[in-house]
Design a protein around this ligand. Structure first.
Ligand code: FES
Length: 168
């Protein structure tokens, strides 16, 4: 893969300078792999191979290390996602309080399985490991917003909220 591939990504010419500036602001770049990946995912929405390679070169770390971090944390994704990513926590505390029923209800109403994106590009559904908010179990995270104590009957309200936002 050649470096120029990175410019095939949507708005790469605008987003890469922002990422470069963030990387330049770090003192010990190699220690900040996770922070850089967070920033990159925030900008591009996902971390495709060409972006991982770009970051590896910028930080001067092996591409295999970047790939290892991206695959280890369920928060990071290599696939393009919808405008809103609905993450259902399937950690133990959430699972025992019925997270699987909540996941099934989202899947039913959106007509997709976990890991898939709706055809209109609005929603991606995923299941994640504990996000550290067990006191609020079962927990649903839509992009950065946390919803606690969610039951299957709350699902349509959440979906409608984001459908309305998308239509604004
Ligand atoms: S198990 Fe769901 S937030 Fe911890």
């Amino acid at each position: 893969m050649i470096m120029e591939d990175i410019y095939r990504l949507e708005e790469a010419d605008k987003k890469l300078p922002v990422l470069d500036e963030f990387i330049e602001s770090l003192s010990v770049k190699q220690d900040e792999v996770i922070a850089v990946l967070h920033k990159a995912q925030q900008l591009f929405g996902y971390l495709p191979a060409e972006l991982q390679l770009y970051i590896a070169r910028k930080l001067d770390v092996p591409a295999s290390h970047i790939y290892g971090v991206v695959s280890f944390y369920s928060y990071f994704t290599q696939e393009k996602r919808g405008t809103y990513t609905i993450n259902i926590c399937m950690g133990t505390a959430c699972f025992v309080k019925g997270a699987d029923k909540v996941l099934n209800e989202f899947a039913r109403q959106l007509g997709i399985k976990s890991g898939e994106t709706t055809e209109d590009g609005a929603f991606t559904l995923t299941d994640v490991r504990c996000i550290g908010a067990c006191g609020l179990a079962p927990v649903v995270l839509v992009n950065e917003k946390v919803y606690g104590h969610i039951q299957p009957e709350d699902v349509s309200r959440i979906i409608d909220t984001y459908k309305e936002k998308k239509g604004e």
